[in-house]
Design a binder for this molecule. Structure first.
Ligand SMILES: [Ca+2]
Length: 292
């Protein structure tokens, strides 16, 4: 009898410790919307920019949309950039530290995802003039327990006047957000080629190669934000400058994509990128456009 009681109390203590550790370590993600259904469910649409339900990827006349999860997403390019509207979620309770989502489309204030508390926008996030959806989040640690809604807004009718959103979850883990900036790299030219990861449809940035203090190549390059979003590798020849010091520079470039630029031993043709043992390389269009 005594032994049994002792065993029960040990189990209770263990149970208590497990409960404490699970709370301290953060809870499971809570899905708010994945836009995989035939319609928006309890989300309310206004205006013309949103169809009756989630879009299956790319709309007519739109650059390829990528980076979303599953088959559906919110894509306000319906009727082109000229349409406007809003899509508002049902009310939910904030239960985690972050609201995490994928967002793409225009970099305007008026093409965004908003967090509404007491019907007021307390946070907003826009795309980066890019059809590739990238992770981002709202820090809601101070709003835990409050009721909130999310509103997807498209109020811009000009160029890049649309927004793409998918996979909204509540999470205790903040996602790594791709950052853009001006990056430079010092190097010595050692190989025949320089290869650059390209994502078709990414926002172009100015890429320049300087050899012995002189600019020798300059391109507008759609540099991929990260390794998973590489559509193909572009290459250009640097062999004439072998042995010389060089500086590679890019303005408003994605940090991770810039870090992927490299001098390969050789380039191979016709290999699908998925094989990973090699890479598909395409000759840069307008190879000599940047010559000075
Ligand atoms: Ca989806």
């Amino acid at each position: 009898m005594k032994k049994t009681r002792k065993a029960i109390s040990v189990i209770c203590i263990l149970g208590f410790l497990l409960a404490v550790s699970s709370t301290a370590g953060g809870g499971q993600d809570i899905l708010i919307a994945d836009f995989e259904g035939p319609d928006y469910g309890a989300w309310q649409a206004t205006g013309e920019a949103f169809s009756a339900g989630p879009v299956k990827g790319t709309l007519p006349d739109q650059h390829p949309v990528s980076g979303f999860v599953g088959k559906g997403l919110v894509n306000s390019y319906l009727h082109g950039d000229g349409a406007a509207g809003t899509l508002t979620s049902p009310e939910f309770t904030i239960e985690r530290d972050y609201i995490v989502f994928l967002i793409g489309g225009g970099a305007h204030k008026g093409t965004c995802l908003e967090l509404l508390v007491d019907a007021k926008a307390v946070a907003a996030c826009s795309g980066m003039n890019d059809e590739l959806l990238s992770p981002n989040s709202f820090d809601v640690t101070k709003l835990k327990g409050r009721k909130a809604r999310l509103r997807i807004v498209d109020s811009v009718k000009d160029n890049w006047g649309h927004v793409n959103v998918d996979q909204i979850v509540q999470s205790d883990t903040r996602p790594k957000v791709p950052t853009r900036g001006t990056y430079t790299r010092q190097m010595t030219i050692q190989k025949k080629y320089l290869i650059v990861p390209i994502h078709t449809g990414a926002e172009p940035c100015g890429l320049e190669l300087e050899v012995a203090g002189k600019p020798v190549r300059r391109y507008d390059a759609e540099i991929a934000p990260d390794a998973r979003s590489v559509s193909f590798w572009a290459y250009f020849t640097i062999e004439p400058y072998k042995g010389q010091p060089a500086v590679l520079r890019a303005g408003h470039a994605p940090e991770e994509g810039f870090a992927l630029i490299r001098q390969p031993g050789d380039i191979r043709y016709g290999r699908p990128e998925a094989q990973r043992s090699g890479y598909e390389a395409r000759r840069w269009k307008g190879l000599h456009a940047g010559h000075r």
